[in-house]
Write a protein that binds this ligand. Structure first.
Ligand code: HEM
Length: 221
């Protein structure tokens, strides 16, 4: 099936029913979203290893407070944020390639739409992050879903075998740069917007570093 520009636009911008409940409660409503579920593999990165990584990123309690502050600001803007992020991916062929159906060579609208729902929940989860074992384990799951180990499996699609690792951390910049205007939309002070933005940069970078783990050679992460 060849995807017409209109269908692609609909998939990229498609409204999704987003759960705004905490991660554990939201689980049944988002296909493939398994945060906090028993049976999820344990992260090969330990909480003891996570701590110095957070310190290296200067990610501290102030940042966690700023992430929490961002939650209420972002909660009812999730779809608009996803429109911007999907717009960026859709306009960047090298990124859109990871959503291509291997049979048709065209972007897979159903795949884009399924991932979009979990991406929306991820916005809330990033603001809510407790950096505990459950959080770490879902980081590992997201890592595997970008890598050859598990890409395409969750949505049962035929697509490229992996998201190239080099783009993971690179996407931190468009994601967090375009988030800033949304952080500023609800009347927070300029100083608070800066703090929330900085906290988001650190958290997204931390996550993409964790997501690079499956790509690293044994013992070299
Ligand atoms: C800051 C960087 C990135 C963020 C925050 C991000 C976020 C996410 C999230 C939240 C999911 C869904 C996870 C879940 O299943 O619960 C996901 C899946 C996915 N992302 Fe990313 N991502 C990033 C980088 C990239 C890049 C650079 C690409 C493409 C070049 C990409 C392509 C994909 C694909 C294809 C999936 C679906 C994987 C599957 O088959 O399960 N991502 N991403």
């Amino acid at each position: 099936m060849t995807l017409s520009p209109r269908h692609l636009a609909a998939a990229l911008a498609g409204a999704t029913a987003l759960a705004t409940a905490p991660a554990a409660m939201a689980a049944p409503t988002i296909p493939g979203y398994t945060h906090g579920q028993p049976g999820l593999a344990r992260s090969p990165v330990s909480l003891q290893e996570l701590d110095p990584l957070k310190r290296t990123l200067l990610l501290g309690d102030d940042d966690v407070r700023a992430l929490r502050q961002s939650r209420e600001i972002l909660a009812d803007q999730v779809e608009a944020i996803l429109d911007v992020w999907y717009g960026f991916v859709g306009a960047t062929p090298e990124l859109l390639a990871s959503f291509k159906h291997t049979g048709t060579g065209a972007p897979d609208a159903a795949y884009l739409g399924a991932v979009r729902k979990r991406f929306g929940q991820w916005i809330l989860d990033t603001a809510d992050a407790r950096f505990d074992q459950a959080w770490l384990d879902y980081q590992h799951e997201i890592a595997l879903r970008h890598a050859p180990a598990k890409k395409n499996q969750t949505d049962g699609v035929q697509s490229t075998p992996l998201v190239p690792m080099r783009y993971l951390s690179a996407l931190t910049i468009p994601v967090t740069t375009t988030l800033k205007p949304f952080l500023a939309k609800k009347g927070a002070s300029a100083a608070d917007v800066e703090k929330m933005h900085a906290a988001w940069v650190k958290s997204v970078l931390l996550q993409t570093i964790l997501w690079s783990q499956p790509y690293a050679r044994e013992g070299q992460f």
